[in-house]
Design a protein around this ligand. Sequence first.
Ligand SMILES: *[C@@H]1O[C@H](CO)[C@@H](O)[C@H](O)[C@H]1NC(C)=O
Ligand SMILES: *[C@@H]1O[C@H](CO)[C@@H](O)[C@H](O)[C@H]1NC(C)=O
Ligand SMILES: *[C@@H]1O[C@H](CO)[C@@H](O)[C@H](O)[C@H]1NC(C)=O
Length: 184
Amino acid sequence: MEILSLKKVVFMMVITITLVNMAKSELHYVGGDKFSWKPDVNFTEWSSHEHFHLGDWLYFGYERHLYNVLEVNKTSYENCIDTGFIYNISRGAGRDVFQLTEFKTYYFLSGGGHCWHGMKVAILVSEGVVAPTLAPSPQVHAPAPSPKSYTPALSPKSNSNGIQVNKIFFAFIFILIWGISSNN
Ligand SMILES: *[C@@H]1O[C@H](CO)[C@@H](O)[C@H](O)[C@H]1NC(C)=O
Ligand SMILES: *[C@@H]1O[C@H](CO)[C@@H](O)[C@H](O)[C@H]1NC(C)=O
Ligand SMILES: *[C@@H]1O[C@H](CO)[C@@H](O)[C@H](O)[C@H]1NC(C)=O
């Protein structure tokens, strides 16, 4: 059996990780189900059990005549200010989706005073791999840096690196099998 060239391995890895990442974008039902953007749900509790990756989607399902979804800044989130929002996510049907495209903390609330009854949520996007800046995995190069990841100011309770490392590991196994079989 031929030994794989390093170049080939790295190239296949980048491709694979990009594909894995694209395929992995998840949909998160805000509050836990399809109709749980409503008062008296503890969204802090809910979000603490979720892992938000770059490219993932949020789904807000709610009573369209009563509530809405606005992206606001941190100050507005903390003080339930619904004027001067960043982005109005509501489209009118009570079923809105929003894609997380940046490594940052997003803040959402409902206008109409419902924020005071708990209708607000902070979403920290701290996971995911930025494909173009990928470094080769440690299995290829001895001491290689791990892929770029965002170090959040507000650090999540759970171990976010676990998932990222798993992803890389599976991607690596995948390309190894691919590479070996295409060399035979
Ligand atoms: C919501 O859950 C968080 C985390 O479990 C907790 O710290 C907080 O007190 C809860 N808030 C309310 C209003 O119950
Ligand atoms: C946040 O948004 C509010 C409302 O538009 C605005 O008054 C405030 O200056 C903003 N704060 C920051 C830090 O951008
Ligand atoms: C947000 O956009 C929807 C749909 O265009 C509109 O009906 C609604 O009034 C807007 N909400 C705010 C607070 O601007």
